[in-house]
Every structure is written in structure tokens, then in C-alpha cells.
Design a protein around this ligand. Sequence first.
Ligand code: KG4
Ligand code: ZN
Length: 330
Amino acid sequence: MWFPDPILAIETSCDETSAAVVQGRDVRSNIVSSQIEMHKKWGGIVPEAAARAHVEAIIPVVEEALSSAGITLDQIKAIAVTNRPGLVGALSVGVTFAKGLALARKLPLLGVHHLEGHLLSTFAGDTTPPFPHVCLIVSGGHTELVKVHALGEYEIVGETRDDAAGEAFDKSARLLGLGYPGGYAVQELAKLGKPRYHLPKGLSGDTLDFSFSGFKTAVLRLTQKEPNLSREDAAASIEETITEVLTERALRACDHVGASALSLVGGVAANLKLREKLARACERIDLPFFVPTLSLTTDNAAMIGIAASWRLAAGERSGWDLDCLSSAPL
Ligand code: KG4
Ligand code: ZN
């Protein structure tokens, strides 16, 4: 069911250079080198700069992943790498490195879908969410509700029609002058405030989709027009509204599809308020709730190794023509 030997996994789809050693679904190491400090200067990600930073970081990060797992390259039996979706220049660094290593070492290579990595991050260690479950994927680029029928059988039952939840956090943070990326900064400032400003929740009715464009405009208006704006209260209102929408929609999805459990993954799954709200809501209806440890929420290679582990065990391999794609269905 899971690949029994050590896998070296690599993730360079956006602004983190990450390498991990995963065996079965045990995370033996998970090293993440963030480019956040560099991108902060421009208030967002500059794709070309991201790719060059991956070129600089990739070898030291891989070496650290091996040494912190207490393993040598000789003991690695497969190479996994994120090849879709993401910034093509950034992905190319990881994919080219992985191909070179697999060729030199005569190892099997597997390209992994970034979102399948997030989705299976709750399977780390010996946790197995029951099927079918609903997985809420919330990151900087994606907001999806997925019905997980089985490993590899995914059905998207709801998604955002415009911005992702992470983008809603990031754009709000910028309007509050909190810099990039904003999710964590909003969370910290929100602890000092009260959610007293009203912000729209987007789509109404019995939908499983999301829309954050009206929300974004309302935050812009709030920051420009409100006299004596309390940034703390604004942050609390932003966090409250986003987490409320996500909670409401995720529970509705569970109800609609008859889910046996709910899981929460992706960068925004690091948000403590969201983790707490979903845990409480699930507890009320006796629905098992799964969420990975914080280090497996934002982009990391361990989740890529876990996704690769079952596919490699099932005999899947990529060819030397493995490509990098900016968008790809899950
Ligand atoms: O999954 P991820 O690392 O990268 C993508 O695949 O996009 O997600 C990054 C997103 C960013 O938008 C960031 O602001 C958000 O996750 N994020 C948070 C928190 N930590 C990271 N959002 C809310 N609260 C947090 N504590
Ligand atoms: Zn991600």
C-alpha cells in the first residue's frame, strides 16, 4: 500500500525550496527554505527571482534533508518531485534536479500533483481518515472542497469562483499594511482585536462554491473610508469572516456528500482560529476531523513524498519526458 523504502521528495512549486525523506508514510525529515524575506521587498512573488532562489537553495536543502534523516543518498530508492501546478520556472528547478539525480542513481522518478500532496498531508504517520471524506484545501492559490472516495479518486464538489482563501488573507493584509504573506500576520493582529466590522461572506444559498471578490472590495472600502479604523478589529473581522465562510461551506459539503470525516489542509490550515472552529463544529455533529501538524500545512516536500509513496507502491513511474505545468486538474 505504501512504498517501503526511503523516498527523496522535492517541492519547488512556489516560494519554498523543500526536500524531505519519507518512508512508507513516516516523515523522516522535512526541510523548508523559505524565500519570504526576499519576496517581502516586492510585496509578492516575482517568478523569475523565485526560480533563481530555488537554484541556489536546492542542493543545500537536499543535503540537509538527507543528513537530518540520518541517511545517505545510497539508501534512497525513489525520487518524487512536484511537477504541477505551480510557477513553471520554479517547478523546472526541482524537476530538472530530480531527473538528473534519478538518471545518475538509476532510481525511479515520480511527478506529483501539488494539491494531492496537500490532500494527503493528513495521512502522515499512521493516521488514515476514513473514506469517503471531504477535504477542504485552502492555500494561496486554491480553495477547493474535494470528496475523497479513495486514494487517487478525487471529486471536486466546491471551489472558489475568484480569489483563493489565502489570497483573501494576503490581500487584506496588504491593505492593513502587514506585508507579504499576510495570513499569519492577520492571525497575530486579530488576537488583539474584536470582530466588530461587518464584511460580506460572498455567495448565498445552498452552494458549495466560494467567492471572495466582494469581500476584498469591502476590506478595501473599510481601510479607506472608516474613520479611526482599528487595525486590530479589522484583522479580527477579516479572520472571523473568512474562517466562518470556510467552516460553514465545509460542513455543508460533508452533509451533501455523506462524508465519514472532514480534513483540512493547505497553508491556510495553519490558521489557529480555523482549526479550532472546524474542530468544534465537527465535534458537535460527531464527525471525525483531521488536520496535519503545522509543519505539514504550508508548502513542504514531506506531503509530496507521502503522495508519491502510495503511487510508487502501486507501480506508477514518470518518464524522462516529465513536464512542468502551470495548471492541471487534480
Ligand atoms: O499552501 P501554501 O503554503 O502555498 C500555496 O500552495 O499557495 O499556502 C500559502 C497561503 C498564504 O496565502 C498564506 O498567507 C496562508 O497560506 N497562511 C495563513 C496562515 N499561514 C499561512 N493564512 C491564515 N492564517 C495563517 N496562520
Ligand atoms: Zn501549496
